[in-house]
Design a protein around this ligand. Structure first.
Ligand SMILES: Cc1cc2nc3c(=O)[nH]c(=O)nc-3n(C[C@H](O)[C@H](O)[C@H](O)COP(=O)(O)OP(=O)(O)OC[C@H]3O[C@@H](n4cnc5c(N)ncnc54)[C@H](O)[C@@H]3O)c2cc1C
Ligand SMILES: Cc1cc2nc3c(=O)[nH]c(=O)nc-3n(C[C@H](O)[C@H](O)[C@H](O)COP(=O)(O)O)c2cc1C
Length: 764
């Protein structure tokens, strides 16, 4: 339907929550000639819930959009800077987090009054069940909340996806005026309970209680009335509530729905607020998102005369911002789904200071660096604690006055002591001839070792000629390889403080392919060699069909790994990494997508991992006892029917039981039709989970870009080492530059000491 816009618009807002009312205000303010009606099924003073939270930054946005509303909001809100973390009987306070809490009812009153003042028509107690009465509207705003009727009615256009999360939560209130935002973690005989509580006026606080479904059920709350829930909560939190009662208001136990829509607009209808998207309450952003949608949409309508064009512009601008916040909300909600592992996993209970750091940085957006600006005292305590732990773990003394940033603390793996926590990831260079590394490899690895990382790991190096990915891959299968690798190892040992590892692999069904820049995973145009894999499944439909390995192949490949291990020892490497990730030969056994065997090496996960463990054991037996072995795994296949995080925990635990010292946690690349969810630190939550559930040290890799991220990951216990791949292609001196930025004195090689009197300036 073509709708050419008149200067003023007839607008119907379905739903009088924060999104609908605020949008009406902003539009009416922009042009009083707009005819705007808000249709709300409830009465004006009829609301669910208690308070909402805004950050200081959000309030500034509101101040710019409509000063009158902003001033009304700030007249009644409760403001605080502190977060109190109640954990293990202690309360740890972090300061510098500017937030305000406001009664939801007060917010709605403020918005309703402002609407009336500007001439917006408010129709209460009118449930919209048909859009026909609004056929003459130029714009219909679907602001009808999380269970949006409009979204369901036009589901084929909006294509909603609703992900019901497993935890249970209930929205309660209390007259207890918590002095700060409070996270209360409390264990009962039923499990762990978590409270998110904040004051929203002088006398009231919101009190959201959350638990896993198992804990909730064990406590019998699946059968609870609202009054039972209130009584249970008052009993369990009697100490924290200091005698104050719990209040209810439609306080039913719920599962949180993460709502997404493939499209936010259809003809002249547009979804906003919770109808379009939700973000978990643990990042406290639902109302903020709803009101920011209103701001963005009203601005788009001012820029574009044509309504559908304005709606398209709104969606194009707003969707990436919302999706970014939803990603942060997702990792935050998963943190709360898995909190029990920080208390009762194989590592035992996290120290309060590390638990606090993990909680505060859970969305992976707040970093060690942002926290240092907000709360330098807390971060200094974290750094001191972390450095003392590192000294005890490594046996290397560490100065505690002042402590180094977490990334510059030592770490021990058997007899290998790393001077810091940065690792150069193995990266294929496709530049060898018949497996022999050359000057390119020397300079590539040598410069990165001089660049300050504690450990550089040589690229995926294949245990046989037929085990290579491409004709340019390095190998460890003939005497010349030992000589060439030893030259590189000796350079690193003689001229740098770094240690050097080697990644051993067999490409399996992903072998006999072109160099990265000629077409990744694409079969060679000519000169192919025969492939083997766990099962005869080609990578692409047009790739070579690999031979299913029989026992003789398995013995041969295992012995090739053993031979390569001995050669790696002869070449002087400090660490060995076995590649069981990314769909290569060993990984092809682990994933059910590439292993359909009917023998003892297929079927259950324990069967599928049998052969990779056999190879691991054979390698471990010949690799010197004082030298560590890491294993790189894909923690998920990002594909239906493939490996999931819980499988990765089991894989890591088995590897640990067989003597693996550390697991490098990567993901995917098993099948070409994978659907990975990329983003900042997108693989780190898998490392966190494996580290705590399997109790094995981990290296995290994947979009680790800044030293702030590294320090946060380490201090929060999400990994023991941080691995950068592309970051080191971009900047071989990444670690030196991170030291400079943090004012940390990382000694330069003698040849380069003059750099100390140089001030880098990237801009004029
Ligand atoms: C437990 C919990 C805690 C939360 N905590 C916070 C927090 O701390 N901070 C925060 O910012 N957000 C929080 N939220 C989220 C917040 O409440 C929502 O994100 C926000 O209210 C979204 O605004 P909205 O206008 O899109 O939807 P809503 O506020 O849900 O408004 C939708 C309106 O539409 C009306 N409606 C629905 N269908 C119809 C119909 N067919 N006809 C007429 N009217 C209709 C409803 O009655 C309602 O008034 C929390 C949510 C929950 C469940
Ligand atoms: C050029 C290049 C070559 C790579 N080669 C290997 C390899 O040999 N072995 C391996 O395990 N991963 C390899 N990877 C994957 C990286 O080690 C790493 O897991 C991935 O790039 C994510 O890290 P990043 O975000 O820091 O780049 C390679 C990546 C790149 C960019």
């Amino acid at each position: 339907m073509e709708r050419v816009r008149r200067s003023s618009l007839r607008i119907v807002c379905v739903g009088g929550g924060p999104a609908g009312l605020y949008f009406a205000i902003l539009m009416k303010k922009a042009d009083p000639a707009h005819e705007i009606t808000v249709v709300e099924r409830n009465r004006p003073d009829d609301t669910f819930g208690f308070g909402v939270v805004f950050s200081d930054a959000t309030l500034e946005t509101f101040a710019e959009a409509d000063r009158e509303t902003f001033e009304e909001i700030t007249r009644t809100f409760a403001h605080w800077d502190d977060i109190d973390i109640h954990y293990g009987g202690e309360v740890l306070t972090s300061t510098g987090h500017g937030f305000c809490g406001l009664s939801r009812q007060v917010l709605l009153d403020v918005l309703q009054r402002r609407c009336l003042q500007l001439g917006v028509k408010l129709e209460f107690q009118t449930e919209v069940t048909d859009l026909a009465p609004y056929a003459d509207a130029d714009l219909i705003l679907a602001a009808d909340g999380v269970n949006s009727w409009v979204r369901s009615r036009y589901a084929e256009h909006f294509q909603p996806q609703i992900d019901w999360r497993p935890n249970r939560f209930v929205w309660l209130g209390t007259t207890c005026p918590f002095p700060a935002f409070a996270f209360i973690f409390k264990e009962s005989e039923h499990g762990l309970w978590c409270v998110h509580a904040y004051r929203y006026d002088g006398r009231h606080s919101t009190f959201i209680l959350e638990a896993t479904a198992e804990t909730w059920r064990r406590a019998g709350l699946d059968r609870a009335t609202e009054d039972d829930t209130v009584a249970f909560t008052e009993r369990l939190f009697a100490r924290e509530l200091r005698g104050h009662p719990i209040l209810k208001n439609r306080s039913l136990w719920r599962n949180f729905p993460t709502v997404k829509n493939a499209r936010w607009h259809h003809e002249n209808i547009v979804l906003v607020g919770d109808a379009a998207h939700t973000a978990h309450f643990s990042i406290g952003s639902g109302t903020r998102l709803a009101m920011e949608d209103a701001i963005a949409l009203s601005q788009a309508l001012q820029r574009h005369r044509d309504v559908p064009a304005a709606l398209a512009a709104y969606e194009a601008e707003r969707r990436p911002q919302v999706e970014s916040l939803q990603r942060a909300a997702q990792v935050s909600l998963e943190w709360f789904e898995e909190t029990e592992h920080y208390l009762s996993g194989p590592r035992g209970r996290l120290e309060p200071i590390q638990f606090a750091m993990s909680l505060l940085t859970r969305s992976l957006r707040v970093t060690h660096e942002n926290l240092r600006v907000r709360d330098p005292k807390l971060v200094a305590t974290v750094d001191r604690w972390f450095a003392a732990e590192a000294a005890a773990q490594s046996g290397v003394p560490v100065t505690l006055t002042p402590p180094p940033p977490p990334m510059f603390t030592p770490f021990r793996l058997r007899g290998l002591v790393l001077t810091n926590r940065i690792v150069v990831s193995p990266m294929c260079q496709y530049s060898a001839q018949d497996g022999t590394p050359n000057d390119w490899h020397l300079v590539n690895l040598g410069s990165r070792a001089a660049g300050g990382a504690a450990l550089v790991i040589g690229e995926m190096t294949d245990v046989s000629r037929e085990g290579r990915i491409s004709p340019g891959c390095t190998g460890m299968y003939k005497a010349a390889h030992v000589v060439a690798w030893r030259r590189i190892v000796e350079f690193v040992h003689r001229h740098t403080t770094a240690k050097i590892g080697l990644q051993l692999a067999h490409a399996g069904r992903k072998g006999s392919t072109r160099r990265l820049w000629e077409g990744i995973d694409e079969p060679l145009p000519e000169g192919n060699w025969p492939l083997i894999s766990a099962s005869p499944i080609p990578y692409f439909p047009y790739s070579q069909v690999p031979k299913e390995m029989d026992r003789a192949d398995m013995d041969l490949v295992r012995e090739q790994f053993v031979r390569a291990t001995r050669m790696a020892e002869e070449a002087g490497f400090d660490l060995l990494e076995l590649h069981m990730a990314h769909g290569y030969l060993l990984a092809s056994f682990v994933s059910p997508l590439t292993n359909t065997r009917a023998d003892a090496y297929g079927g259950s996960l324990d069967n599928r991992i049998r052969y990779p463990l056999e190879v691991f054991d054979a390698v471990r037996a010949v690799w010197p006892a004082e030298k560590p072995i890491s294993v790189k795994i894909s923690a998920t296949d990002w594909a239906p029917g493939g490996l999931e995080a819980e499988d990765a925990v089991r894989v890591a635990a088995l590897l640990g039981a067989h003597g693996c010292d550390i697991v490098t946690v990567s993901t995917g690349q098993t099948v070409p039709d994978q659907q990975p969810v990329y983003g900042r630190l997108y693989q780190t939550p898998f490392s966190d989970r494996i580290r705590h559930e399997a109790g094995i040290p981990t290296m995290t890799v994947g979009n680790v870009g800044s030293y702030a991220d590294v320090n946060s990951i380490l201090a929060a216990g999400r990994a023991d080492l941080c691995v950068l791949a592309r970051g080191h292609l971009y900047d071989p001196y990444w670690t030196r530059h991170a030291a400079y930025e943090q004012g940390y004195d990382l000694p330069w090689p003698d040849q380069y000491v003059s750099v100390k009197s140089f001030t880098p300036r990237l801009l004029s």
